[in-house]
Ligand binder design. Structure first.
Ligand SMILES: [Cu+2]
Length: 142
């Protein structure tokens, strides 16, 4: 009789210890894990490509575009004349040499800059018409 009471107490202690070992039976919610944000290096939220068109009126449109670092800009010549798109400053073309890869575009032709890796603002112009503001513009890399 006395021994069975102790057995009951021992069983109760074991049961209590088991519950404690379970960490409260899962009543405490686990801390939600922060979702991993996909990171594409260097995008900065801006597109990686842009297009500048030399229209039938002989002016660039748009005259200003923004691309992410590493981006490229395609120049399309829809004018009836050829244009030689080059980096500022004229005539050195040293600011953003990637633009010089566009160069001479005959009517209907298009070409793309090199990868614009450096965060900065690049000016461009038509090397054969350096005073023509309608053929000047800028590429913002950010
Ligand atoms: Cu020039």
């Amino acid at each position: 009789m006395r021994q069975s009471v102790w057995m009951a107490v021992a069983a109760a202690v074991v049961a209590a210890a088991t519950v404690a070992a379970c960490g409260g039976g899962g009543s405490t919610p686990t801390t939600p894990t922060t979702p991993t944000t996909p990171t594409t290096p260097g995008t900065g939220g801006n597109p990686s490509t842009a297009t500048i068109t030399i229209g039938a009126n002989g002016t660039v449109s748009p005259s200003s575009v923004t691309v992410a670092p590493g981006g490229r800009v395609t120049f399309i010549n829809n004018h009836t004349l050829a244009h030689d798109m080059s980096s500022d400053p004229h005539p050195e073309h040293t600011q953003c040499p990637e633009i010089n890869q566009v160069g001479f575009l005959t009517p209907g032709q298009q070409r793309t800059t090199g990868n614009l890796n450096t965060v900065r603002t690049c000016g461009f112009h038509d090397h054969n018409l350096p005073e023509n503001t309608g053929l000047q513009g800028r590429i913002v890399i950010q």
